[in-house]
Design a protein around this ligand. Structure first.
Ligand code: UT7
Length: 325
């Protein structure tokens, strides 16, 4: 039997030039390098320059992904961009990326699932590709969270950073077995009962302002590991794979303690876990493609590897994706 699978052709990423280290942050807010490293694993984050927009980061990442894939922008007929920090309320940041790449065909839209955005975008693009609505897609996670942080709130401003990452994926016929290349299974979840635990206190329909990020950190932490293991167990159940079969675990990068606890609970060996939270902080929807790009560029992730992705964030939303690179 032949089925269509969404196969990764290439990846790319972009980080703004400015690096903000913990020590510098500690000079403006009541915190310390020691506290941040111990509680989160974060040592630094990148911050977009004045006038540098989410679309600018996304365009850099998209161009890098197209170059890595060795394909022309004109072959892209779908752009799904995950962000909670769009350039404007509308139009979608994805159409700015589309225009900058000179693409005038196909469809481009934004998708918002906060830190789970990239997994949601990947699952959405995968469905559209497998249904025959498009052939080759750019899936992007891009954020400028620095613009929605309350820089006087030490409980949140030390956690987040800016950046963008992108994958080029293409519908390809495969055998229909779990040995296929491409996305093998995706699992998306949300539970709006938790919507006040991590949110932004503004928006076009409520305050008419952009607002600032607010979080009950401990409450989010408490739920995170259970939600992450829930969707990963679903991926294992759907494919018959186990933690031992995974080549690389590329989780959303929010907090090293959450990543370590999840990997431990699932029985995923620490040497299989890709960690970038120390250098990037939490870049929300951009964190997974940024981490994928690091592990591909340094030679860890190779063609044929079984790669497990997961994320959890505001909503709550959470999700997983299992793919063969
Ligand atoms: O990506 C979306 C999902 N988001 C997450 O996954 C975030 C989940 N939550 C977390 O990662 C952690 O809860 C935090 C890193 C946000 C906080 O770590 P924690 O171990 O849960 O600390 P806490 O909130 O319980 O705070 C402990 C203490 C408090 O002081 P008291 O009340 O014990 O005196 C805080 O006021 O640490 C204090 N604190 C800080 N101290 C120095 C909070 N933030 C800071 C800070 N520097 N930046």
């Amino acid at each position: 039997m032949s089925v269509l699978r969404s196969v990764v052709l290439g990846c790319g990423a972009y980080l703004p030039e400015r690096v903000l280290g913990n020590a510098e942050l500690a000079s403006t807010v009541d915190t310390s390098d020691e506290w941040i490293v111990q509680r989160t694993g974060i040592r630094q984050r990148h911050i977009a320059a004045v006038g540098e927009l989410t679309s600018d980061l996304a365009i850099h990442a998209a161009r890098a992904a197209l170059a890595n894939a060795g394909v022309d922008a004109q072959s892209i007929d779908l752009i799904v961009l995950a962000t909670s920090t769009p350039d404007q309320t509308f139009p979608a940041t994805a159409v700015s990326v589309q225009a900058a790449l000179g693409i005038h065909h196909g469809a481009a839209f934004d998708l918002q699932a906060v830190c789970t955005g990239f997994v949601y975008a990947l699952a959405t693009a995968d469905s559209l590709l497998r249904a025959g609505n498009a052939k080759r897609a750019l899936v992007i996670g891009a954020e400028t969270f620095s613009r929605i942080l309350d820089w006087t709130d030490r409980g949140t401003c030390v956690l987040f950073g800016d950046g963008a990452g992108a994958l080029v994926i293409e519908a390809q016929p495969q055998k229909g077995t779990r040995e296929d290349r491409g996305l093998l299974t995706t699992h998306l979840r949300s539970d709006g009962r938790h919507k006040t635990k991590l949110y932004v206190d503004g928006g076009p329909s409520s305050t008419g302002t952009v607002g600032h990020l607010r979080m009950e950190g401990r409450a989010v932490f408490k739920h995170a590991v259970a939600m992450i293991t829930d969707v990963i167990d679903a991926a294992f159940k759907a494919t018959g794979y186990t933690a031992n079969d995974i080549t690389w675990f590329v989780p959303h990068q929010a907090n090293k303690r959450i990543i370590d606890d999840s990997a431990h609970k699932l029985g995923i060996a620490p040497e299989k876990v890709v960690i970038t939270v120390d250098k990037h902080g939490n870049t929300s929807a951009a964190s997974i493609p940024l981490a994928l790009n690091v592990a591909v560029k340094d030679g860890r992730i190779k063609r044929g590897d079984l790669v497990l992705l997961e994320a959890m964030g505001g909503g709550f939303t959470w999700g997983s994706a299992l793919l063969r690179w």
